[in-house]
Design a protein. Structure first.
Length: 406
């Protein structure tokens, strides 16, 4: 089935027993899919008969969920927010509840679910100041739609106090708020494949290896230029470059070629020890790259993407370097800044300077990693946090099959 056909929900079907309860969980892209894993694991453990239909907006995110190869989990592209597509999808999926893990609002999706008495739960909802201002500007035109969509949400767990306050200012009923939750703080990546780790560790010296993780368009150019500067001073240095979307590999390779940097590719199964740059252009192997690198630049932060999670490199003791755009994880980065557990850079020159210092004095990497532990460990979601979410969720949906099962 083509992606477009799936987005219009034409011919969509799921291999699920007729009487089995079904939960629809929507996670927009890679980051949301990764953070959703803990909720999916918890839901499946709580009800051995439950099946989870995971929808995403991108093929890359769907491939990531498919790679889990989990029983009772059914990855699929999300239906477009057209009444016909949403209706066809709901007819095929027949979910007992919808959990949404993102900060977007879907009027048709939410309202049609509400009309069918399907609870809509938003987990880890984030509302930036920029988004709140945009909603305020549009309220004169779309005010009725926004109010109806908000009213269709059964319960909402905000990411942080600021987001929670903005949702309340938009008109979301305070009695429908669940305990705040930061799902990405609870993400714990599985261990790297031991055979791959052994093979790669023989090729990468950790104190000489730099990782640029989850980079976006506009960032690779800066990273590559900074690494070119580094090689002049540290000829043994290695760079692992992991673009957020591996499908951009040709674009990234062109930038490396232009810079005159030899590079190898994981997708091509190239030997890891032949070139100064190794392109990590596969999915599901971030634990391997974090474990190999003493220092990690966190992507999405030198361009206005809000920055990716610092919890993953912290888990593997990789020192954290990031750009100024970190609104997606503002509480975590504030804690890191207060504890001097990360270094902020702005451009090629500042990134090269930080890398130069860490390669010259590797103890800095270890000191940063330890400070990051002290800063971020208190922010991680505990099992008690998940219990509070499921308990509050059951109370919010106490007339549904979902509550009885979970």
């Amino acid at each position: 089935m083509s992606g477009l056909t799936m987005r219009f929900a034409r011919g969509v079907a799921f291999d699920i027993p007729k009487d089995a309860p079904r939960l629809w969980l929507h996670a927009a892209s890679n980051g949301e899919v990764t953070s959703a894993r803990s909720l999916i694991d918890e839901a499946l453990a709580r009800d051995p008969s439950l099946h989870v239909i995971v929808t995403t907006n991108s093929e890359t995110a769907r491939a990531l969920a498919t790679a889990w190869d989990m029983a009772r989990v059914h990855p699929c592209l999300a239906p477009l927010d057209f009444r016909g597509a949403v209706t066809r999808f709901l007819n095929a999926a027949a979910p007992c509840a919808l959990i949404v893990i993102e900060n977007e609002m879907w009027p048709n999706r939410f309202n049609i679910c509400a009309a069918r008495a399907i609870p809509v739960i938003v987990a880890g909802a984030r509302m930036s100041d920029r988004s709140a201002k945009r909603h305020a500007l549009l309220s004169s035109v779309l005010g009725g739609t926004l109010r109806t969509t908000l009213n269709a949400i059964t319960a909402l767990a905000a990411l942080d106090a600021e987001s929670e306050q903005r949702f309340l200012q938009m008109g979301f009923p305070s009695q429908r708020l669940l305990p705040r939750m930061n799902l990405k703080s609870g993400v714990s990546l599985g261990a790297a494949d031991p055979d791959a780790l052994t093979r790669f560790q023989s090729a990468f010296v950790r104190d000489e290896t730099l990782l640029a993780a989850s980079t976006h368009e506009g960032e690779e150019r800066i990273v590559i230029a900074a690494f070119c500067d580094i090689l002049a001073k540290h000829p043994k240095a290695r760079l692992i470059l992991a673009p957020r979307h591996p499908s951009r590999r040709n674009e990234v390779c062109a930038l490396l070629d232009k810079a005159g940097l030899q590079h190898a590719s994981r997708a091509r199964a190239d030997a890891p020890d032949a070139t100064p740059v190794y392109l990590a252009d596969t999915l599901g192997e971030m634990a391997l790259w974090y474990q190999l690198a003493g220092c990690c630049f966190v992507g999405g932060s030198l361009v206005e993407r809000g920055g990716h999670t610092p919890f993953e490199p912290e888990q593997f003791n990789s020192a954290i370097v990031h750009g100024p755009h970190v609104s997606n994880h503002i509480l975590a980065y504030r804690a890191l800044n207060a504890a001097q557990g990360a270094v902020r850079v702005h451009d090629t020159q500042s990134l090269a300077s930080v890398w130069d210092s860490m390669l010259a004095y590797p103890q800095q990497m270890n000191d940063l990693a330890q400070a990051a532990h002290h800063a971020l460990d208190p922010l991680r979601m505990s099992s008690a946090g998940y219990d509070a979410f499921w308990s509050a969720l059951a109370q919010a949906t106490d007339r549904t099959q979902f509550a009885r099962k979970i």
